[in-house]
Design a protein around this ligand. Structure first.
Ligand code: ATP
Ligand code: BTN
Length: 368
């Protein structure tokens, strides 16, 4: 597999050189990736065999193994046996993601790329927005500076989770985008349903939780004129199989799909499904806005009816969450009034802090 990877790169010199010039890959990273594709089977491979496969010395193999470890890849090295991955991994493949796209998404998609490592897929698409043909999808195996809202960090270890950004161009201007963050949450819920997860919850405006623990989030960034064309980068991070040791760096309860489903879902299949659901949802959203998705969002609202604290730049206020309005704004009952919050830099927390028993999927009638 390793040499085949190198041949594929060598057989398409322009692409490889272009990628190299664009700073996407270094020679060391290409060899490191070829090494990874050999190790992906989870079996032991001796340094000698790896060196022969890559056409490099054993010392070269050792150097690349250290490089992979520095990228967050867990490798067991056992004297007399060789090297193997801490756990078998399924690397993302552009072809496999494409083969999982719905017909509509396949026709509509303007481009798709998979990076081994990048600072942030959102940052990448923002840098190149004017030169790309939307909808354009950018996946990465790892992010060195993955971002959440308000400058917070998104932990993005190698080949464990999904990191996707999708560039979309809206003609109607930023005002038509209200509720977009919530609509993306619905597209993720639909993706999860296709792998059997029906009890995920939504926390306004951008988080997905399961039994009180966060496993996915979205970051939407836009640029453009106040009326007219508007480039939107929709970033989605979903934990598929987060290493326990790394999760210690996350300062809130977290989980992943492996824990939720009891198995490790195929990341390529999940990537194709997520991209399809996003494209289909966005094609509808640009025509009809958030309204048709409102009830679906409400059915998964884990904060509804709970005492909450809402933090804004002006400070924190408490009240009872009354869900969302038709535009996707958060409604909070504070004494005799109901206050309306637009997403921006607003942060919502349950006042008792424990969402592990928060219901989701409750009927909308119960909320009327
Ligand atoms: P809110 O969205 O309500 O403002 P938040 O704390 O979830 O609150 P976000 O900006 O949405 O803030 O998400 C970033 C936060 O998510 C980080 O500060 C960290 O607590 C958590 N986090 C970072 N990486 C991951 C990850 N891979 N999985 C789960 N949670 C993560
Ligand atoms: C959040 O919960 O605050 C949002 C997390 C969004 C993470 C995704 S991963 C792909 C994309 N690239 C980024 O840097 N962030 C988003």
């Amino acid at each position: 597999m390793g040499p085949a990877f190198l041949v594929a790169i060598a057989g398409r010199p322009n692409r490889a050189v272009a990628a190299f010039n664009a700073g996407c890959y270094t020679i060391a990273m290409l060899q490191g990736n070829a090494l990874l594709s050999i190790l992906a089977d989870g079996e032991f491979h001796s340094g000698e065999v790896l060196g022969q496969a890559l056409g490099i010395s054993r010392a070269g193999v050792w150097k690349h193994l250290q490089g992979l470890k520095a990228r967050g890849v867990e490798i067991d090295s056992v004297p007399g046996k060789g090297h193997r991955l801490g756990a078998p991994i399924e690397l993302l493949s552009e072809a496999r993601i494409r083969s999982g796209l719905s017909e509509m998404a396949r026709v509509r998609l303007g481009g798709l790329e998979v990076h081994q490592q990048i600072d942030s897929t959102n940052s990448e698409l923002r840098r190149r927005a004017s030169t790309l043909s939307p909808p354009f999808a950018c996946f990465a195996e790892s992010q060195s500076a993955g971002r959440g809202r308000s400058g917070r960090a998104w932990l993005s270890p190698f080949a464990r989770n999904l990191y996707l950004s999708l560039l979309w161009r809206f003609d109607a201007g930023p005002d038509a985008l209200s509720g977009l963050s919530l609509a993306v949450g619905v597209a993720i819920l639909r993706t999860l349903r296709r792998i059997g997860v029906t009890d995920a919850g939504l926390k306004w405006p951008n988080d997905l939780l399961w039994r009180g623990a966060k496993f996915a989030g979205t970051l939407i960034e836009m640029s453009g004129e106040s009326c007219g064309n508007c480039n939107v980068v929709i970033g989605v991070g979903i934990n598929v199989r987060m290493p326990q040791a790394l999760g210690g760096a996350i300062d809130q309860a977290w989980t992943d799909l492996a824990t939720i489903t009891g198995t490790t879902p195929s990341r390529n299949r999940l990537a194709g499904t997520l991209l399809s659901e996003l494209i289909e949802m966005l094609a509808g959203f640009e025509k009809t806005g958030f309204a048709p998705l409102l009830e679906e969002w409400r059915r998964h609202d884990i904060m509804f009816g709970r005492p909450v604290t809402v933090s804004t730049v002006h400070g924190a206020e408490g009240g009872i969450s009354r869900g969302i309005d038709a535009g996707g704004a958060l409604l909070v009952e504070e004494g005799a009034i109901i206050k309306r919050y637009l997403s921006g830099d607003v942060s919502l927390r349950a006042r008792d802090g424990d969402l592990s028993s928060a219901p989701c999927g409750a009927s909308t009638e119960a909320r009327a």
